[in-house]
Design a protein around this ligand. Structure first.
Ligand SMILES: *Cc1c(COP(=O)(O)O)cnc(C)c1O
Length: 398
């Protein structure tokens, strides 16, 4: 029995719209923020350092530099890697534009390498094919939370003397062969945007074990200005004196945000556990559905699951992804598509990137739908999603 689709006026599976992602804020978080508001520092105070130390501790690195958002973190990492005009940087097209824009901010040239059809992550073989004598860095993205093949990528980096900036915006808490991402690449970026695992409202961080990178990231966050006498050109001025050594930005994060971040990090294990539990349930139900491909999990990665993405085997349906997507949305399911290949955007097309560049990525893009996934989601919410998928797909089945 299939009831009438909501898109044709039938009753939706849910009355209330279920978003694809959402933060989980509790009383402790609110208390932490209020306490900071009543304290001496609103911005750059003790909470920033405490948050940085807590993240560095969690991922297992020496250093962490927190900034105003994940995009700023990527920008800072590109600066610290000394990416400049003429340098090529290899990255994936299946990502948020920020992973690529950061290369352009520094005057570098993005070079797209195609994805692996199983993991949807950048394929190390395709990276190697794109390396030239201008290549300076690689920005691999742990898409959906699944770690990229870090052994292979770090080996390429060593062989060709490249810097690896891992975009782990989806992957805080993910383990690569038992080791948390954040401590493996030369620099790793995380985002604390509200849909990510833990949030500061807006926020980002770069983790690294390299002191030089750490110093450059710190400079970049505050206009390129230092108060550290050891780094200064003129060392004899009075104690009022500071020096601008580089052209940086105001990418500071506030104490208010970091107070929230610290409180959120106390709950990260619970959040990730719940995400993994929800994914298990999705897999169990959706593996049964003909025409749906559930996510593949590489044996080297234990994902912290930012996104749950299904592939639709379009040849089995009478309509395209667009009709299926709109029908799910009408059932009050907050579906999404991650991502439009970055070089499809008119801005990148104007720069000369042409469709056909990464065929695996392009084919994947035609077939994917992101389903809601966030720790506060209930089992009932998940069942609604599964019911909606069944309802819509059985209606459109060939
Ligand atoms: C969220 C995200 C970022 C950073 O985004 P901000 O909103 O600036 O924190 C970078 N890369 C990817 C893949 C992301 O999903």
């Amino acid at each position: 029995m299939t009831s009438k689709l909501a898109i044709f006026g039938g009753r939706p599976v849910r009355d209330k719209f279920l978003p694809y992602g959402q933060q989980w804020i509790d009383e402790e978080d609110i208390k932490a923020v209020l306490e900071t508001l009543e304290g001496d520092y609103l911005t750059t105070g003790p909470k920033v350092r405490e948050f940085e130390e807590k993240v560095a501790d969690y991922v297992g690195t020496k250093y962490a530099v927190a900034v105003s958002n994940g995009t700023a973190a990527l920008h800072a990492a590109c600066f610290a890697a000394d990416i400049k005009k003429g340098d090529e940087v290899i990255t994936t097209p299946i990502t948020f534009a920020a992973s690529v824009n950061c290369i352009l901010y520094q005057g570098g040239k993005p070079v797209f390498a195609d994805i692996d059809t199983k993991t949807y992550n950048i394929d190390p073989k395709n990276i190697e094919n794109k390396i030239t004598n201008k290549t300076k860095a690689i920005i691999p993205v742990d898409f959906t939370g699944q770690a990229v093949n870090l052994d292979k990528i770090m080996r390429l980096a060593e062989k060709y003397n490249l810097i690896v900036i891992e975009d782990a915006a989806h992957a805080i808490g993910t383990e690569y062969k038992g080791q948390k991402v954040g401590s493996i690449a030369h620099m790793t970026e995380f985002s604390f945007h509200t849909v990510k695992h833990v949030t500061t409202g807006e926020g980002g961080i770069v983790t690294t074990n390299d002191k030089k990178f750490y110093e450059n990231l710190s400079l970049f966050r505050t206009h390129g200005i230092t108060r550290d006498r050891r780094l200064m050109v003129n060392k004899k001025e009075g104690s009022w004196y500071y020096e601008q050594l580089e052209l940086g930005y105001n990418y500071r994060i506030t104490d208010i945000q970091c107070a929230l971040g610290i409180s959120q990090l106390n709950k990260i294990d619970k959040f990730i556990q719940r995400r993994r539990e929800l994914v298990k349930k999705y897999n169990k139900y959706l593996r049964e559905v003909d025409g749906v491909i559930t996510p593949y999990e590489a044996e080297y990665s234990n994902s912290s699951w930012h996104l749950y993405i299904i592939q639709i085997e379009l040849e089995k349906f009478k309509v395209g992804r667009k009709e299926i997507f709109e029908a799910l949305k009408a059932e009050n399911i907050g579906v999404n598509v991650h991502y439009v290949p970055v070089y499809y955007h008119p801005y990148y097309q104007k720069l000369g990137y042409k469709k056909g560049l990464c065929t695996n990525a392009e084919k994947l893009y035609e077939r994917i739908i992101t389903l809601p996934l966030f720790p506060k989601m209930t089992d009932k919410d998940l069942e609604d999603v599964v019911n909606a998928v069944n309802k819509v797909l059985s209606y459109y089945k060939r």
